[in-house]
Ligand binder design. Structure first.
Ligand code: 13P
Length: 341
């Protein structure tokens, strides 16, 4: 492991005004997104769509530090034969790869999952490094539901797997994005989200320590602290920002270079507003930025709708969201800027 090199990549991933594009939807998930815009999920359409994003030069060069890819995409070529990975590199952005194999039912824990994918991971990481990946992602899913969910069993199984994954990544000179996502589905209030997020983060960092992961060479990708979607409650932007920063300060060591949030089902603008409010608080030990999937891609997907004549409009929509989130990374976003575009 070359810690200095890992730290350099991790620092680039959270460079000022920049964040990560999560374009690593599995074949099943991208089909859902394409269904919503009436596009057939063929290999070619998936390639065309992602090529469109990676060729949005202004956004890629100025606001997107790295792109998380799915296995299919890291091996794909653009229409003109250029590997998609090259397009990302040419824009000065870093290619990354999702390496987990999804959340699978956890025995004796009804309704809960553990993320799989550790078997053979060392070999896969070696191959992905050869294909250009310099960071990776593993997503653990923690649900909040009645009946003592999440269980300690589920949290520990996931924390352990995240730490094993992170150690394997670092050994392969790949920066791990450690993503323990506490879902925002459910009817719980914000205090419950805070409590579960705190427990999950503390146990994840304990496992990272036990597995000798160098915190300086990783990025954390957490959820924000929000009330459950079905709770009927709405928190203010300030409440979300304050609670999220409070839980991070309580549980995330300052040695971690950066925290890159998932959007998790928040609207585009909510995700941007929350990030900006957190950064406006200032006095943070780590860089806070975005690693959004839906909150960066919903607008371009809608504008594109699978039609070649819409590519320019889709790229403009992507560039706009990337710029708004770049401003949020600096704590400088305001609703008025959305309209000024
Ligand atoms: P969302 O921003 O859509 O939650 O996706 C981020 C991600 O990478 C989830 O694993």
């Amino acid at each position: 492991m070359q810690l200095e090199a890992l730290n350099k990549i991790a620092t680039q991933m959270v460079a000022p005004g920049k964040g990560i594009l999560a374009a690593d939807e599995s074949t099943g998930t991208i089909k859902k997104r394409f269904d919503a815009i009436g596009v057939e999920s063929t290999e070619e359409n998936r390639r065309d769509y992602r090529e469109l994003l990676f060729r949005t030069t202004d956004a890629m060069q100025n606001y997107i530090s790295g792109v998380i890819l799915y296995d299919e995409t890291i091996r794909q070529n653009a229409k003109d034969g250029t590997p998609l990975v090259k397009l990302i590199e040419q824009a000065g952005s870093i290619p990354g790869i999702k390496v987990d194999k999804g959340a699978k039912p956890l025995p004796f824990c009804p309704g809960e999952t553990v993320t799989e994918g550790l078997d053979g991971l060392a070999d896969r990481l070696k191959e992905y490094y050869g294909l250009g990946a310099r960071f990776a992602k593993w997503r653990a899913v923690i649900d909040i539901a009645p009946g003592n969910i999440p269980s300690y069993t589920a949290i520990m199984a996931n924390a352990h797997a995240l730490a094993r994954y992170a150690a394997l990544c670092q050994e392969a000179n790949i920066v791990p994005i450690v993503e323990p996502e506490v879902l925002m589905d459910g009817d719980h209030d914000m205090a419950r989200c805070y409590q579960v997020t705190e427990l999950v983060l503390k146990l994840v960092f304990e496992q990272l320590y036990f597995h000798r992961v160098a915190l300086e060479g990783m990025i954390l990708k957490p959820n924000m602290v929000v009330p459950g979607k079905k709770s009927g409650r709405k928190a203010s932007v300030e409440e979300v920002a304050e609670n999220t920063v409070r839980v991070l300060k309580a549980a995330v060591p300052a040695a971690v270079p950066g925290v890159a949030f998932l959007s998790g089902g928040q609207s585009d603008e909510e995700a941007t507003a929350h990030l900006s409010a957190m950064n406006a608080l200032g006095n943070l030990p780590w860089t806070l930025t975005f690693s959004y999937g839906r909150a960066l891609q919903a607008a371009p997907q809608k504008a594109w709708a699978g039609k070649a004549e819409n590519v320019k409009a889709a790229q403009a929509a992507f560039a706009h969201r990337a710029r708004m989130n770049s401003l949020a990374q600096r704590g400088e976003w305001s609703p008025a800027l959305e309209k000024a575009a």
